[in-house]
Ligand binder design. Structure first.
Ligand code: GRF
Length: 203
């Protein structure tokens, strides 16, 4: 049986596209059933519509409180009965109401090797620090900022002439492959998280 994915997006949606492409293979084990966004006018929503996937957009400013937005986001996701929620370039932190429903089955991708360089500018911060190796991390979302249990990581070498854009583009190539591989394995094989936050995919 295919795992049902709700994918949350805020931008270009290349990670979403990679999941949509992978899910065309019946053996992948997961299907994107809905795409949610926190803003309009983004390429990610066009990609979803082109693929015939239902979308919803919930803007924080349309709600009285951040908590009300968070509850609405959780309800919109739950309406599609997801097995997994995938934040794929979703530029909002989810809150308590959302996590009460989806902790342990909501994952995110970050363009750095966590716990180094969390936050909005992971690529820029790694470059400014002068690291020679950075990469990407797929992790389970918890109440912290890019702080949840690590599912998978991939390394990317920093080139001497990299700027933020060139490095991010190379990281995104690795990130898309890592996300597709991780989501597929979770969907096909299951996963568990130990008390000391180590994740095992497969039985
Ligand atoms: C990814 O690198 C993600 O880690 C970061 O923003 C990028 C989103 O890319 N937060 P896309 O929208 O999937 O193309």
């Amino acid at each position: 049986m295919n795992a049902r994915l709700v994918v949350l997006v805020s931008g270009a949606g290349t990670n979403l596209q990679a999941l949509l492409d992978a899910a065309r293979n019946p053996g992948y084990g997961a299907t994107v059933v809905a795409v949610g966004a926190d803003r309009d006018g983004i390429a990610a929503l066009d990609r979803a519509r082109d693929a015939g996937i239902p979308t919803f957009t919930l803007k924080v400013r349309d709600f009285e409180t951040r908590g009300a937005w968070d509850d609405a986001l959780a309800a919109a996701c739950a309406a599609h009965q997801p097995d997994l929620i995938v934040c794929a370039g979703f530029m909002k932190l989810v809150g308590k109401g959302f996590l009460a429903r989806f902790t342990g089955r909501c994952l995110n991708t970050h363009p750095a090797l966590l716990p180094s360089f969390p936050g909005m500018h992971g690529v820029r911060d790694a470059l400014s620090y002068g690291v020679k190796i950075t990469g990407c991390t797929v992790f389970l979302v918890d109440e912290g900022v890019d702080a949840g249990p690590v599912l998978a990581q991939a390394a990317v070498a920093v080139a001497d002439d990299d700027d933020e854009a060139t490095l991010h583009e190379r990281i995104k190539v690795a990130e898309r492959a890592l996300l597709v591989d991780t989501v597929g394995r979770m969907a096909r094989e299951g996963w568990s998280v130990s008390d000391d936050r180590k994740v095992t995919i497969g039985r």
